[in-house]
Design a protein around this ligand. Structure first.
Ligand SMILES: [Zn+2]
Length: 336
């Protein structure tokens, strides 16, 4: 049967056709059920993919560690943290071709100094920030030699020998300060011969820490607290530019608060200061390409002049700080 056109209908019936618009019934319940099933399938797929990816990554890590023949819990931890960092903004530097020795002061039975309650140990803070510095340096492509990456202890001569033997280009020792009184802030110690490279390293680290936020910039200091005639051991027995960072006073709440809140940023600031120094002294160019064929040494440090007497001097335990001296009296239980 032919369907009449509208015109034909009008001619025959004298009026326009009334069309009943058939309202389509929408089966909401079916749509909702379909949607729930779809969401279920998608969620399942996402979970499955994540599981497969993590399994593949885990296998890779194991393989890498086997190949390197250097399997350690720390290596696995680093893999995890670097994967986490990849989510962050791109690294500030890359392919930095030099070696840095990072020294977390004290360790094991040598707790260093403590806070007023006696429950917070310097050795733990030192290690925490050292691991952050390591993380950023490695992100920048720097070869890092860790004096310790756990709660272990090395003698001072062993620490220096480790850096010298590894032909590290720079040495950074990390500490927390202490004082029985109202002093806060960050200071960085350098050999009392005021060597140029070491001073630059200390200043760059201090500048970058100040950008993050410190309670007070106590500046670059030379020699040993209370006695500029002697040096901290690590500033005397290492051949490369070195410095000892006192990252705030563990005896001050404000410094501990800043330390806890900015741990990662402090780690990055110290790493940035190190890389900036490498560029400043012409060890590498901005792209990280190495410009010096030999290890970077600090030519003005007495140890490099084979002056055994000054090394011996530096190895001498400094006297207790004279209370009349125009410096604060360190409570730090250490002799370097
Ligand atoms: Zn210390």
């Amino acid at each position: 049967m032919n369907t009449l056109s509208d015109e034909e209908f009008e001619q025959i019936y004298g009026r326009k056709p009334v069309r009943r618009v058939k309202k389509k019934k929408i089966y909401w319940n079916r749509i909702i059920i379909a949607l729930i099933i779809l969401i279920g399938i998608v969620t399942g797929l996402v979970k499955l993919t994540a599981l497969v990816v993590s399994k593949i990554k885990g296998d890779d890590t194991q393989k890498t560690n086997k190949v390197l023949n250097n399997t350690s819990s720390v290596a696995v931890k680093e893999d995890a943290s670097s994967a986490e960092d990849k989510k962050d903004e791109p690294a500030k530097y890359s392919n930095m071709d030099f070696t840095v020795c990072v020294d977390a002061g004290h360790g094991d039975y040598d707790g260093g100094t403590t806070d007023a309650s006696g429950t917070r140990y310097e050795k733990d803070d030192n290690l925490k920030v050292a691991l952050e510095v390591q993380k950023y340096l490695e992100k920048y492509g720097v070869n890092v030699v860790m004096i310790r990456d756990d709660d272990s202890f090395l003698e001072l001569d062993e620490r220096c020998a480790k850096a010298n033997n590894a032909k590290a280009d720079m040495y950074v020792s990390l500490h927390r300060n202490s004082y029985d009184g109202d002093i806060s802030g960050v200071e960085v110690w350098v050999n009392n011969s005021e060597p140029e490279y070491d001073t630059k390293l200390a200043q760059n680290i201090l500048d970058d820490l100040e950008k993050v936020g410190i309670s007070e910039n106590r500046g670059v200091q030379y020699g040993y607290v209370g006695n500029s005639g002697v040096n901290y051991y690590i500033n005397a027995d290492t051949v490369m530019p070195s410095c000892l960072v006192e990252l705030g006073f563990i005896t001050e709440d404000i410094d501990n608060k800043l330390f806890d809140e900015h741990l990662t940023e402090y780690g990055q600031a110290i790493a940035d200061g190190i890389v900036q120094t490498a560029v400043d002294v012409g060890l590498v160019d901005e792209s990280g390409k190495r410009l010096m064929s030999e290890q970077l040494i600090s030519p003005e440090k007495p140890v490099n002049n084979k002056d055994s007497s000054s090394v011996a001097d530096a190895m001498t335990t400094p006297m207790e700080t004279d209370s009349s001296a125009d410096v604060y009296n360190t409570q730090e239980n250490e002799w370097y």
